[in-house]
Design a protein around this ligand. Structure first.
Ligand code: DLL
Length: 434
């Protein structure tokens, strides 16, 4: 297992882990009840007292909380320690409503760094690595999270932030970056630029830690081939702490959840019923170690599956599958559920790169879906393929994957804007149309 970092928690036996989770959960519930009037009222309303939650078997007694609760409690309503004990805030982008602000004590930041350090180590990182962090810094958790993790591992950390692609590549070459951390869509953009500028032989990258948005296995293979690296998934959300809630190991079959700090559950999103491991549903987290902003049974809206199969890496932490995207990213087109990541799979399998946009509209009371996808330079110059109906070929593959028809429009290389952070793939023009 070579460079194991936090051997004990990551390889704990099931019973030992359950005991640790139970102890931390009971403490956390008592802490939240005592210090957060919002939790006290909510638990009282559901007839639950802290003494009722003694072990993780009692978790189901607690009510769920959602993003709406967080918005309602903005900014200080869920703070569980005196403000003077907090050293940091991070925040969501607020694109779908009021911002959510999460608070951290110094111990919370240390714990977060530790979770990100585990992710870096699982990707093969050691103090000899040069970790190139191209996630955004600032209120977004991506940059600060991986930065802290990299410090903890003792690697040389390049706090690049996102953007300025030319400079990113220059530093990557000059400082011999070995681990790249950014969104998968930015990794694809960097890979494209490195390829086009003929610098592939000059880069020394060996691994990438990519997350913050849904990405397909096809996208993973595409980035791995283009950059000659192994690409690891990482998951997290601002409300819970940021990146490092879960991370992938070399097996690349799902992300190990840092369950000594975050207890995951899968529920039926409609009934709230807890589902057994292996069933698909909405992911719910309870943070059992963070003190400033404890979240009890927080509904993430991410659709996912948990599995507890033995992992060849030796970690015993439960695994979560790649989330298909938030339930709010899911498009409902003519009554059919469509995730952009499904379309990505078809496009990459047809030889395209992940430069696409989905345009949804409503015409004559019926939804329409147009998939605009950039041709690669090779396709663009190949008149024969264009004439032979590459678009028809993609349309029929999309139809069999999604079960609905979509119109495919092939556009010229470089005509779709590249993303330096989370990609915006969907333009939904239906609002208010009959
Ligand atoms: O995206 C935190 C993060 C930063 C994770 C860097 C990984 C790397 P938010 O901006 O609050 O936080 O967005 C959280 O992004 O609920 C998921 O829907 C989505 N998401 C995050 N990681 C993944 C992933 C950060 N690996 C929301 N795969 C989450 C799929 C992901 N979706």
């Amino acid at each position: 297992m070579g460079n194991y970092f936090h051997e004990h928690e990551e390889t704990m036996g099931r019973e030992e882990m359950r005991a640790l989770q139970s102890e931390r959960l009971a403490e956390q519930v008592a802490h939240a009840y005592k210090n957060v009037p919002y939790y006290r009222e909510l638990m009282d309303k559901h007839g639950v007292k802290p003494a009722d939650v003694k072990s993780i078997d009692d978790l189901h007694k607690l009510p769920f909380i959602s993003k709406d609760d967080l918005r309602e409690a903005y900014p200080y309503g869920l703070l569980a320690v005196p403000l003077e004990d907090c050293v940091r805030i991070q925040s969501t982008s607020g694109t779908t409503g009021r911002r959510v602000v999460a608070f951290y004590t110094q111990e919370d930041v240390d714990l977060w760094d530790e979770c990100c350090a585990r992710a870096i180590v699982a990707a093969g990182g050691t103090k000899k690595d040069v970790v190139h962090v191209s996630y955004g810094y600032g209120l977004f958790t991506g940059g600060p999270g991986l930065n802290g993790g990299s410090h903890k591992v003792g690697s040389l950390t390049l706090p690049m932030s996102s953007g300025n692609t030319e400079r990113q590549i220059q530093f990557m070459v000059d400082l011999e970056s070995t681990i790249l951390c950014c969104t998968p869509s930015y990794a694809a953009y960097l890979a494209e630029t490195i390829h086009e500028t003929g610098q592939r032989d000059k880069i020394k990258l060996k691994a990438g830690i990519f997350g913050a948005e849904a990405w397909s296995e096809e996208m993973r293979r595409h980035i791995e081939e283009r950059l000659g690296i192994k690409a690891f998934d990482i998951y997290g959300l601002t409300e819970i702490s940021g990146p490092g809630v879960s991370f992938e190991c070399e097996e690349q079959t799902g992300m190990h959840v840092n369950e000594d700090h975050f207890i995951p559950e899968i529920i039926n999103p409609i009934t709230g019923e807890v589902l057994p491991d292996g069933e698909k549903g909405e992911l719910v987290f309870t943070s059992i170690s963070k003190k400033a902003f404890p979240l009890l049974r927080y509904r993430t809206r991410d659709i996912c599956v948990l599995t507890r199969e033995k992992c060849s890496c030796g970690r015993t932490l439960i695994k979560m599958a790649k989330p298909m995207g938030r339930s709010d990213d899911m498009l409902i087109i003519r009554g059919v559920n469509v995730f952009p990541s499904q379309i990505e799979t078809v496009l990459i399998n047809c030889g395209f790169e992940a430069n696409y946009q989905l345009i949804v509209d409503r015409v004559n009371y019926s939804d329409t879906l147009e998939v605009r996808v950039e041709m690669t330079t090779d396709m663009f110059s190949d008149e024969v393929r264009k004439m032979e109906g590459l678009d028809n070929e993609v349309e029929s593959k999309l139809k069999s994957m999604l079960g609905i028809a979509a119109k495919v429009t092939l556009v010229a290389p470089k005509s779709i804007a590249r993303s330096e952070g989370k990609a915006v793939r969907v333009i939904d023009n239906r609002g208010g149309k009959l």
